[in-house]
Design a binder for this molecule. Structure first.
Ligand code: PCD
Ligand code: CU1
Length: 796
C-alpha cells in the first residue's frame, strides 16, 4: 500500500513526462487553455442552416391542432416540421436505449413540459427562434401525474396511451436477492432499523449543452453527424436502424465535448430532427439547445423513493439489508443501462459489508416529467445504492449507540474473502477495505475530531462528522450478460507504430474532459516504451476508430484501457520477433526493458522500439513468417467489472441561527487499483466531490403540481462553485484488479457516488442534539431549519 499527501508541484514542472504511468500534464490542455477546443457549436459548414425546437409549455395535454403557416412565412425560414409530418415517414417515434419508445416530435399528446413538438429550420439561429413564436398549437390540457406515488393510483391519468393495451402508469418491476431468506434473518435479528429516503431528481448540467450538426450528402448518400455524444458507435448503429441509412454511410463525429456526466449518453429527439432537417433541406443543419432546454428536457438522474431496512445483532454485526424502491422514470423510459439491468447496478446496495441476506423490490412508474434516469456519474444507479446503504448503516450506528466508523470496520468484507459474491449476485473482484478506512481516519484525525465535536456540542455549536465507505461496480461489461440494445459491451482498439517510432492508438471510447488523450497514450507508453508525447490518441469518429460502446459508467479504463494495454503487448510481441532477427538471437534470449530489447546477459547489445519500427517498415529481410509493418488490433471483452472502493470523511459546521451548512473539511481516500495518472485521478476526484456537495446541499429539479419544471435555469438549479467547497484532502490505497491487464479500476464516478452520503451523514450528525435521524437531500438551509424544528419536509 502506498499513501498519501504526495504533493508534487506538477504545474511548474513541465519536464516531468513519464514514459508510462505517472503524473504528467494533460496533452489536450494546451488547446483548451488557449480557447482552441473544437466543440460541436464551433462547426461551421458552407450553407449551414439552423434548427430550433418548439417545446411543450405544459406537462400533459392532447394536441388538437398545429398551425405552422405564419412560421413558414417568417423571413429566413426554410422548413417547419411537425410530428404529423414525421409520422408520414415513420419517424415520429424512436426507440430509447431501454427498449421503450419516445416521441421525436409529439403527435398525439405532450407528456412532459419541454417535450419536442415541432421544429423550424432557418437561415440563422435568430430567424429559427423567432419563427417558433409564430407556431400556433392548440392544446387540450389534461391532468398531469407529477408525484410517483400518485402514478399507480387507480384513478391516476393515463400517460402512455400510445402503448397498446396500456391501462396504467406502471413501467416495470424488478427484484434481486432472496426475499424469504432475508425475511427470516430480519425475524430473528436483535435490532431492526428502517428509514425512508429520497434521492431527488438531479441534473448532470454539463458546461456544454447538447447539440448536433447533420450533413447529409445527397450525391454519395453519406450522413455526417457531429454530435455531443458519449457513445459515437452505439449512436451510429441506432441511427442506421431508425433512419434506415446503411451504417457505412453514417459517420458520427464527437469532437471536443464540454462535459458529459451521463447527459450525453441518450439519443435525443434534437439529433434526429437535425438529421431529418438536413435530408429535407439538402443543407447542413445545426441544432444547439440552450441552457433551459438542457435542464428541462434532457438526461435527468435519480428520482428514487426508497425505504431501507437493516437488521443487526445488538453488538453491531450487520445481518441483512432490505429495500423497497419506487422509481420515477418520467414520461418515457430513457434510462441507459445494460438491457438485463432495468434498475442499473442498484444490486450493489449491500455495500462493502459481509452480510447474510439481502433483498430489493423495485417498481418503476411513468410520470409527466422529462424522461431519463441516466447514469449521472454513477455507473447505472450505484449512486442511489451507495446512498441507501451508507445512510442506513449510519441510522443503525445511531440506534446501537455505536461509532459509525467502528460499525463499518466491524462488518467489512475481509481481504481473504475476495473474489466475494454478494447476496445479490455481484462478484467483487478484489478489495482491501480496512487500510483504506484507517488511512482516511488517520488523515482526518478522527479521534480528535470526535473530541472537538464533544466540546463544541457542550457549547451549543453544531459540528458534524460523516463517513461513507463505498464499493462501485464499473466497467460494463462482460458480453455474456451485458449489452445495450443487443450490442455487446466489448471495446475494439487499434495501434499503429509508424516507421519513425511514433504511434497512433485508435479508441472507441470518447473523452468528455477526462483526459483520454493523455492517459491512453500513457497506457500504451507503459507497454511499448514510446513516450506519450509520441503517441496520438484518435477517438470520437466512427469512420476512424474501431467499434465499441463508448464512455460512461467509468468504463473507459476498465474496458478500453485494458484493450489499449493488450494491443500494445501484441505489438510488442511482434517487435520481439523482429528484434531477435536484428540481434541474431532467439526470442527467448531477449529481455524487455521499457523501450528496448537487449540480449540476455549482454545489455550492451540492444535495439530500441524505434529501431524496430524502422526495420519493420524498412528494407532488409524480416524473420521467417513475419509480415512488414508494426500494428495490431483487438477487441477486448472484460471477464468481470472492476470494483473500486473508497473511504470518505466529511466535517461540517451548521450555523444554528441560519441553518446554513458549511463543509469545513473533506477527506477522500480512493482505491482504483493501479493508477495511470495520479494528477488526472485527483482532478476526477475533486470534480466528483464537488458534484456531491451540489447534490447533498443544493441541487434538485423540482416541479410544481401542474408539472412546471422549477429548475429551468442555473438561477434556480443551484450548482456548486469554488465558494461552496473546501480544500479537498485526498489520499489513496492501491488494490489492483486481478483480471484487468494492468490492474486498473475506473475512478471517474467514485467521488460523485461516495460523497453525498458522507455529507448527509455529517449534517445529520451535527443535528443529533435536536434528535434528528434523517433529512432528505438537498440539505438547503430551509430543510435543515425544518429538521432542527422536528418538521421533516414533505419529500420531493
Ligand atoms: N486507475 C485509473 C483510473 C482512471 N484513470 C484516468 O481517469 C480518467 C477517468 O477514467 P475512468 O474512471 O475509466 O472513466 P471514463 O470512462 O474515462 O470516464 C467516464 C466518467 O468520467 C467522469 N469524469 C468526467 N470528467 C470530466 N472532466 N468530464 C466529464 O464529463 C466526466 N464525466 C464523469 C462520468 S459521469 Mo457517466 O457518463 O454518468 O456514466 S461515467 C463518467 C481517465 O482519464 C483515466 O485514464 C487513471 O489514471 N487511473
Ligand atoms: Cu444512475
Amino acid at each position: 500500500m502506498t499513501t498519501v499527501h504526495e504533493r508534487v508541484d506538477t504545474f511548474h514542472d513541465n519536464d516531468q513526462k513519464p514514459v508510462g504511468h505517472g503524473r504528467m500534464l494533460r496533452k489536450e490542455d494546451p488547446r483548451f487553455v488557449r480557447g482552441r477546443g473544437r466543440y460541436v457549436d464551433d462547426i461551421q459548414l458552407p450553407g449551414m442552416l439552423h434548427l430550433a425546437i418548439l417545446r411543450a409549455p405544459v406537462a400533459h395535454a392532447r394536441i388538437v391542432g398545429i398551425d405552422t403557416s405564419a412560421a413558414e412565412a417568417s423571413p429566413g425560414v426554410k422548413a417547419v416540421v411537425t410530428g404529423a409530418m414525421l409520422a408520414q415517414q415513420g419517424l415520429a417515434w424512436m426507440p430509447t436505449l431501454s427498449n421503450d419508445v419516445q416521441a421525436v416530435l409529439a403527435t398525439d399528446k405532450v407528456r412532459f413540459q419541454g417535450q419536442e413538438v415541432a421544429f423550424v429550420v432557418a437561415e440563422d439561429r435568430y430567424a429559427a427562434r423567432d419563427a417558433l413564436e409564430l407556431i400556433d398549437v392548440e392544446y387540450d390540457i389534461l391532468d398531469p401525474v407529477i408525484d410517483a406515488r400518485r402514478a399507480l393510483e387507480p384513478d391516476a391519468p393515463l400517460i402512455r396511451d400510445d402503448l397498446e393495451g396500456k391501462a396504467n402508469n406502471h413501467c416495470f418491476d424488478w427484484e434481486t436477492g432472496d426475499e424469504a431468506a432475508t425475511a427470516a434473518v430480519f425475524a430473528r435479528a436483535d435490532v431492526v432499523v428502517s428509514q425512508d429516503l429520497v434521492y431527488p431528481r438531479v441534473h448532470p448540467a454539463p458546461l456544454e449543452t447538447c447539440g448536433a450538426v447533420a450533413d447529409f450528402d445527397a450525391v454519395d448518400g453519406k450522413l455526417r453527424l457531429w454530435s455531443t455524444t458519449q457513445a459515437p458507435h452505439a449512436h451510429r448503429t441506432l441511427y442506421a436502424i431508425v433512419a434506415g441509412i446503411p451504417e457505412h454511410k453514417i459517420q458520427v463525429i464527437s469532437p471536443d465535448i464540454g462535459g458529459g456526466f451521463g447527459n450525453k449518453v441518450p439519443i435525443y429527439p434534437g439529433y434526429v430532427c437535425a438529421i431529418v432537417a438536413s435530408i429535407v433541406t439538402g443543407k447542413p443543419v445545426k441544432w444547439m439547445e440552450d441552457r433551459s432546454e438542457n435542464l428541462i428536457s434532457t438526461g435527468f438522474a435519480r428520482d428514487y423513493i426508497m425505504r431501507g431496512e437493516i437488521a443487526a445483532t445488538r453488538d453491531g454485526r450487520i445481518l441483512a439489508i432490505r429495500t423497497n424502491v419506487l422509481a420515477d422514470h418520467g414520461a418515457f423510459n430513457g434510462t441507459a443501462a445494460p438491457v438485463k439491468y432495468p434498475a442499473g447496478f442498484f444490486g450493489v446496495f449491500t455495500g462493502s459489508y459481509d452480510i447474510e441476506a439481502a433483498y430489493c423490490k423495485m417498481t418503476a412508474v411513468y410520470t409527466n416529467k422529462a424522461p431519463g434516469g441516466v447514469a449521472y456519474a454513477c455507473s447505472f444507479r450505484i449512486t442511489e445504492a451507495v446512498y441507501l446503504v451508507e445512510r442506513i448503516v449510519d441510522c443503525l450506528a445511531d440506534e446501537l449507540g455505536m461509532d459509525p466508523a467502528e460499525l463499518r470496520l466491524k462488518n467489512f468484507i475481509r481481504p481473504e474473502q475476495f473474489p466475494y459474491t454478494t447476496k445479490t449476485g455481484w462478484v467483487y473482484d478484489s478489495g482491501d477495505y480496512e487500510p483504506t478506512m484507517r488511512l482516511a481516519m488517520e488523515m482526518a484525525g478522527y479521534a480528535q475530531l470526535r473530541r472537538e465535536q464533544e466540546e463544541k456540542r457542550a457549547r451549543g455549536e453544531l459540528m458534524g462528522i460523516g463517513i461513507s465507505f463505498f464499493t462501485e461496480a464499473v466497467g460494463a461489461g462482460p458480453r455474456k450478460d451485458m449489452d445495450i440494445l443487443g450490442l455487446g459491451m466489448a471495446d475494439g482498439c487499434e495501434l499503429r507504430v509508424h516507421p519513425t517510432g511514433k504511434a497512433v492508438v485508435r479508441l472507441s471510447v470518447q473523452s468528455q474532459g477526462q483526459g483520454h488523450e493523455t492517459t491512453f497514450a500513457q497506457i500504451v507508453a507503459e507497454e511499448i516504451g514510446i513516450p506519450p508525447a509520441d503517441i496520438d490518441v484518435v477517438h470520437g469518429d466512427t469512420d476512424n476508430t474501431p467499434f465499441g460502446l463508448g464512455t460512461y459508467g467509468s468504463r473507459s479504463t476498465p474496458v478500453s484501457g485494458a484493450a489499449a494495454a493488450l494491443v500494445a503487448r501484441k505489438v510488442r510481441d511482434k517487435a520481439r520477433i523482429i528484434a531477435s532477427g536484428m540481434l541474431e538471437v532467439s526470442v527467448a534470449d531477449l529481455d524487455w526493458e521499457k523501450g528496448a530489447f537487449h540480449v540476455k546477459g549482454d545489455p550492451g547489445k540492444s535495439v530500441t522500439i524505434q529501431d524496430i519500427a524502422m526495420r519493420a517498415h524498412g528494407a532488409g529481410e524480416l524473420p521467417e513468417g513475419v509480415e512488414g509493418g508494426l500494428e495490431a488490433q483487438i477487441c477486448y471483452n472484460p471477464s468481470n467489472l472492476t470494483y473500486p472502493h473508497g473511504a470518505y470523511i466529511c466535517v461540517v459546521d451548521v450555523d444554528p441561527g441560519t441553518a446554513q451548512v458549511k463543509v469545513r473539511r473533506f477527506i477522500a481516500v480512493d482505491d482504483c487499483g493501479t493508477r495511470i495518472n495520479p494528477m488526472i485521478i485527483e482532478g476526477q476526484v475533486h470534480g466528483g466531490l464537488t458534484d456531491g456537495v451540489g447534490m447533498a446541499l443544493m441541487e434538485m429539479i423540482a416541479f410544481d403540481e401542474d408539472g412546471n419544471c422549477l429548475g429551468a435555469s442555473l438561477m434556480d438549479y443551484l450548482i456548486p462553485t469554488a465558494l461552496e467547497v473546501p480544500d479537498w484532502e485526498t489520499g489513496f490505497t492501491v488494490t489492483p484488479s486481478p483480471h484487468h491487464p494492468i490492474g486498473a479500476k475506473g475512478v471517474g464516478e467514485s467521488a460523485t457516488v461516495g460523497s453525498p452520503p458522507a455529507i448527509v451523514n455529517a449534517v445529520v450528525d451535527a443535528l443529533k442534539p435536536f434528535g434528528v435521524r434523517h433529512a432528505d437531500m438537498p440539505l438547503t438551509p430551509s430543510r435543515v431549519w425544518d429538521a432542527m424544528r422536528g418538521q421533516a419536509r414533505p419529500p420531493v
